[in-house]
Ligand binder design. Structure first.
Ligand code: NCD
Length: 443
């Protein structure tokens, strides 16, 4: 049997496929009641281990509009999960005859990746902890496409809690691929995480520059603004001062709420959270900007600007239905996208020995260790840098062993180049190396 196609990360779709999803979404949006035979007889299951309004209801509305049926487990904490059932077992059961696709929201980073390894039917990531939210990104991109007609070259401000907002992380990866520029205006203390910046730089060639955001009026409360551009350095060199990028004109402001449910120790900021108000929108640079928000909002967008024609957050939520119709119909095999799937599949290897080197306590490899063999991807060989294949965080280790020679090395040793990824062993310290009977390699 062919293995099903999942949507775990926004990177699982090529740009051509995303453009093709937009086209299908346009048809669905133009005639929402005209496609009620598309998925007749099929069922999706919503497995939600975390709260949701828009994502779950728009998915369910999308499936019903396509003529399919839905199973809703909106309170998974009261399901057999409360009896200790694992996510891996749950998706095997639900995908083994109950439903033709699973829409999953979970509080652990990497949960959708794990589910995709066990589910016989497509798994759609509807948010995994603070990691990714690819279908919100499809919705956000679709909104830019409808409002602006293109994404390439747009100047997009990402504002608020950039540390824990999964919508921001997936959106940033996609914007970079579409060659849009990103202006990060974080709430102080809630900057874009290093692992996200690293991936933007490694995979999409995005280099951060310091941004001068004085022209953003009120929004410029943060002094840590960063300009992320996927454009090639030779294009940038046309401009004079690269270290202080002047933000002239913005196409979209994407505001986010503080993700208080994910705050850890030390995250409680005593500075007031940023707020977009009527007078903020008077800034010259925002004259033509649309205001977006994945919602729910708290106080970060004043309701005074709800009627401003630039505020599109409610339209944005409504457009979540046609774009999810397009995605469901695709993954259920009812429509074919123009364009090929992404070429490069990330290479992943299991961690063969030692303890789990993933430092993230809310990674699924830590919250569900019974079913997960920690896995890694390699970013660089010298020095050896590896990321957790579930939550994307950089792995923490001081030494690396070779499981065949039983020697261990410092991560910057050139000798490690010769070790096959299958044989790499991540060692937190020399004590654990010796406990596993590894001896120090001679330089
Ligand atoms: C977002 C989420 O769940 O990450 N909501 C959504 O899906 N529209 C944003 C949020 O909760 O702040």
């Amino acid at each position: 049997m062919q293995s099903p196609r999942h949507l775990v990360s926004i990177d699982d779709l090529s740009l051509d496929e995303i453009r093709s999803l937009f086209e299908h979404a346009d048809h669905f949006a133009a005639d929402p009641r005209g496609f009620a035979d598309t998925c007749r007889g099929m069922i999706t299951a919503s497995l939600f281990y975390e709260a949701s309004t828009r994502t779950r209801l728009s998915f369910e509305s999308a499936m019903l509009r396509l003529g399919g049926g839905i199973l809703t487990a909106a309170e998974m904490r009261t399901s057999s999960a409360s009896k200790g059932e694992s996510l891996a077992d749950t998706v095997r059961v639900v995908g083994g005859g109950y439903a033709d696709a699973i829409v999953l929201r979970h509080s652990s980073e990497g949960a959708a990746q794990l589910a995709s390894e066990f589910s016989p039917v497509p798994v759609i990531n509807a948010g995994d902890g603070a990691h990714e939210h690819p279908t919100q990104t499809l919705c956000d991109l679709y909104n830019l496409h409808v409002e602006r007609g293109h994404i390439d070259g747009l100047e997009v401000v990402l504002a608020g809690d950039l540390k824990y907002s999964r919508t921001v992380h997936s959106f940033a990866y996609a914007l970079a691929r579409f060659n849009a520029n990103i202006i990060c205006v974080p709430q102080p203390g809630f900057e874009m995480p290093k692992y996200v910046l690293q991936r933007l730089s490694d995979e999409f060639g995005v280099e951060p520059l310091r941004a001068d955001v004085r022209k953003l009026g009120d929004l410029a409360g943060s002094s840590d603004a960063v300009y992320l551009t996927p454009q090639k350095p030779h294009q940038l060199s046309l401009f004079t001062d690269l270290s202080d990028w002047q933000v002239q004109s913005v196409d979209a402001v994407y505001m986010t709420r503080p993700q208080t449910e994910r705050f850890g120790e030390g995250d409680l900021s005593d500075t007031q959270y940023m707020r977009l108000e009527k007078r903020s929108m008077d800034a010259d640079s925002l004259r033509d900007a649309v205001v977006m928000h994945p919602l729910p909002r708290r106080d970060e967008i004043d309701s005074d600007i709800d009627n401003d024609p630039r505020s599109i957050y409610f339209k944005q939520a409504a457009r979540g239905v046609p774009i999810r119709m397009a995605l469901l119909a695709t993954l259920l095999g009812k429509i074919q996208l123009a364009g090929k799937p992404p070429k490069v599949q990330r290479q992943v290897w299991p961690v063969v020995a030692g303890s789990n080197p993933c430092p993230n306590p809310s990674c699924i490899s830590r919250t569900e260790p019974r079913h997960v063999t920690p896995k890694f991807t390699l970013r660089s060989r010298t020095p050896l840098v590896a990321h957790c294949a579930y939550c994307s965080r950089e792995l923490v280790f001081r030494f690396v062993g070779c499981s065949t020679s039983k020697h261990y090395h410092a991560p910057d040793s050139r000798e490690l180049q010769k070790v096959l990824p299958d044989h790499l062993v991540f060692l937190p310290d020399e004590g654990s190396a010796q406990a596993l009977a590894y001896s120090k390699a001679h330089a």
